[in-house]
Ligand binder design. Structure first.
Ligand code: SF4
Length: 496
């Protein structure tokens, strides 16, 4: 029998109200944090069937704990509202972070592996801004939008077929979404047992939008910033930085947890990972998390010049480690943090995701813009979303991921600081795309595929980053270091 006052017990429906009250007390939160840490240590250890190095397991535990520490800080400051807290407990923690295995068991029994944990969906290509080098090439005039009926079917289907209760919403600007009289927050309202993280430029978060997000409780916006005011306004347009900080103030006041999403380029990498910048957005503005996306040469007017250099990427990794371990910041880099996710999570990997764009194109990842199928065609054929997981294209990418992680047990895990088939090992991605005759999702993806200079540039980039990051990987994760099965990990100090 489960301990009735265990963390799991508190997160049952009945326990959620008690937990909500309990969480208002600082002492109770500290007790819960200690329990959560111990529980995580045990469960991550038990799930480490791949025998990943102990330090990697510890890193995952640390990532979740850093998120909980910042949440604790937000509750203390009063920037996480009660309603949001209730939804975080009942939807995000209970349905997303815990009990995953039970929910996903039916899929496992049918397919012999676990399903993806989430989808990234861009419901519209429309955007009220027109940023330089936007990965989506969006404009306000763009009409490409996922039909509401299709979007809502997709959300229901992944819950029913995979037990997945988490969606990442990207764009375009999701707050410009309109279909059959519904806006994005109407969709969020219709799926209360789903938790949404929504990438947004933040400029449309008015008082009414912030208030509605607080009432809904199951959404957290991740707001794009490109640096300080000068850099953000230069990239996104005059006055955007001011609008973003105003939006953050509204979100804080209404108790909506939010994060930042930063595109690191060769021009701003040092700024966006400086203590000053991170402290400003976490401590003054109240952000709970940050996603770092290194500029990827896809989309409007892509250019190799904005890519962070291999030397900058190494520096970024060292900085990210410091922020992660020394300042308990939840700072996750979509590429450098590959050890946290045991490598690439695209193409519907167990625990991973794939990408659905505004036209219904189904591709392995937002940054891997070559689609194997289309949602509308798939539904017309009478298939469900699960069918895309069984395509040879997705299976081929997953086979590469498995081999890279050394899942066959023949080779040790390769460098997970450079885990990406399309960014760090471009030859692989190009070969897979060619072998499976899949479709570029737009003209830019087509041009990139056919451009020999792009191919040379990406290949050269991959080789140069391996020179920088392989020694760091070997030092941190020596091949012979595997996890001690009986160990449950060291004790972690609870900050604050
Ligand atoms: S394809 Fe690259 S960017 Fe996408 S999930 Fe894999 S590693 Fe990350």
């Amino acid at each position: 029998m489960k301990n009735p006052i265990g963390l799991q017990g508190l997160l049952t429906k009945g326990g959620a109200t008690a937990a909500e009250t309990l969480i208002q007390s600082k002492a109770a939160r500290r007790w819960l944090l200690r329990r959560a840490d111990r529980m995580l240590a045990r469960s991550l250890q038990a799930q480490n069937f791949r025998h990943m190095p102990e330090r990697m397991v510890h890193m995952r535990r640390r990532a979740v704990m850093n998120l909980l520490y910042t949440l604790d800080h937000g509750i203390e400051r009063g920037t996480v509202g009660r309603r949001v807290l209730r939804s975080l407990l009942s939807t995000f923690i209970r349905n997303v972070l815990l009990g995953e295995e039970d929910r996903m068991q039916p899929f496992y029994e049918k397919f012999g592996r676990y399903p993806p944990t989430f989808l990234t969906i861009s419901p519209t290509k429309r955007c009220n801004l027109q940023c330089n080098g936007c990965y989506a090439g969006s404009t306000l005039a763009d009409r490409s939008t996922l039909d509401y009926e299709v979007l809502t079917r997709l959300l229901k289907e992944k819950r029913q077929e995979w037990g997945s209760h988490f969606s990442v919403i990207s764009g375009g600007e999701p707050l410009t979404y309109r279909s059959r009289g519904r806006q994005m927050l109407d969709v969020v309202a219709e799926h209360p047992d789903e938790f949404f993280m929504m990438y947004t430029n933040g400029t449309l978060i008015t008082e009414a939008v912030a208030e509605r997000m607080a009432q809904l409780g199951n959404i957290s916006p991740a707001i794009s910033v490109e640096g300080w005011e000068a850099e953000t306004d230069e990239y996104r347009g005059a006055g955007v930085f001011r609008k973003i900080t105003e939006a953050m103030e509204r979100l804080r006041r209404h108790g909506v947890p939010f994060g930042i999403s930063v595109t690191a380029t060769s021009q701003n990498a040092e700024t966006v990972l400086s203590d000053e910048f991170i402290d400003y957005f976490y401590d003054e503005q109240g952000a709970l998390y940050s996603w770092i996306f290194q500029y990827m040469p896809i989309g409007r007017s892509y250019t190799m010049d904005r890519l962070v250099t291999p030397e900058q990427r190494k520096w970024m990794l060292e900085r990210e480690m410091k922020l992660f371990y020394e300042k308990n910041r939840f700072v996750v880099d979509f590429w450098n943090s590959g050890a946290l996710s045991f490598g690439c999570i695209a193409a519907g990997r167990s625990g991973g995701f794939f990408y659905v764009d505004w036209d219904g194109n189904l591709s392995p990842c937002v940054f891997f813009p070559y689609a194997v199928d289309n949602l509308y065609d798939m539904y017309e054929r009478g298939d469900t979303i699960t069918s895309v997981l069984e395509t040879d294209y997705f299976k081929r990418i997953r086979a590469w991921q498995d081999a890279y992680r050394g899942d066959d047990g023949e080779k040790p895990v390769r460098n997970l600081f450079i885990p990406c088939p399309i960014r760090d090992h471009y030859d692989i991605a190009k070969r897979i795309v060619g072998e499976h005759h899949v479709k570029p999702i737009d003209g830019d993806a087509q041009i990139a595929l056919e451009d020999p200079e792009y191919h040379r540039g990406m290949k050269d980039y991959g080789e140069r980053i391996a020179v920088e990051l392989d020694p760091m990987w070997e030092k941190m994760f020596p091949p012979q270091e595997t996890v001690a099965q009986e160990s449950t990990g060291e004790k972690q100090r609870i900050p604050g």
